[in-house]
Design a protein around this ligand. Structure first.
Ligand code: SAM
Length: 207
């Protein structure tokens, strides 16, 4: 397979698929992926969960081309063409709702995005994702996070410093601040699952 991928994505796609399995294996409908990057997760999920229809998005045209190369190479019927979505845009949710003709998603997934984007992207996700989900729908967020102001591992502290040097608006987010915003956005944090390499899976459910 010559489609673009990252070593980290190759390593984490199996544990993430396993984390999603309890919900996704018994779900049908549509799943929106935000910040889908090169598309390797979207392709893996489309194969693992054939009853679900995946809508990958990314603000980068380079990444969208990569996502579409996975779709074209694997000819997956349940992987839609990549769309542009920037969480910092005030109307990202209304644009997506229009693009899918108002249909509601069973789940929204966002993997390794919130620490590599300004905090406005985190706010945009948690304030507006609920409007796109069916009642009881899932918002799944994966990545490294702080717990009550503390890093969960020294390597996460180093990573946070590295990110903030690259861009002062980037950095690991704290779960307590995510929970507050999620509450305003109509979500409840229903599960926190520890993942390999000091990452976490966060499961938010529409209240
Ligand atoms: C580290 S990559 C993760 C890609 C993929 N989810 C993965 O885990 O391999 C971060 C992704 O977030 C996207 N991104 C950055 N800022 C964003 C924003 N404001 N809204 C949506 N996506 C964003 C980037 O374009 C990039 O594809």
């Amino acid at each position: 397979m010559n489609c673009p991928s990252t070593p980290a994505g190759e390593r984490n796609k199996k544990p993430i698929t396993e984390a999603l399995h309890p919900v996704f294996s018994s779900s049908t409908g549509d799943v929106l992926e935000i910040g889908a990057g090169l598309g390797q997760h979207a392709a893996a999920f489309a194969i693992a969960f054939p009853e679900l229809n995946f809508w990958p998005t990314d603000p980068s045209s380079y990444h969208r081309a990569s996502i579409d190369s996975w779709q074209q190479t694997l000819a997956l019927p349940n992987l839609q063409p990549a769309r542009s979505l920037d969480l910092r845009s005030a109307n990202w949710h209304t644009k997506i709702a229009k693009a899918v003709h108002g249909k509601k998603f069973s789940a929204i997934i966002c993997i390794n995005v919130l620490h590599i984007s300004p905090f406005a992207a985190t706010e945009g996700l948690l304030f507006h994702a609920g409007a796109l989900l069916k009642p009881g729908g899932l918002l799944y967020v994966y990545g490294p996070f702080k717990l009550n102001g503390t890093h969960t591992a020294p390597s996460n502290n180093d990573f946070d410093i590295y990110l903030r040097k690259r861009n002062p608006e980037w950095g690991l987010r704290d779960i307590s601040s995510l929970k507050k915003i999620a509450g305003s956005g109509g979500f409840c944090l229903t599960q926190v699952k520890h993942m390999p390499a000091n990452n976490l899976s966060l499961f938010f459910t529409v209240i």
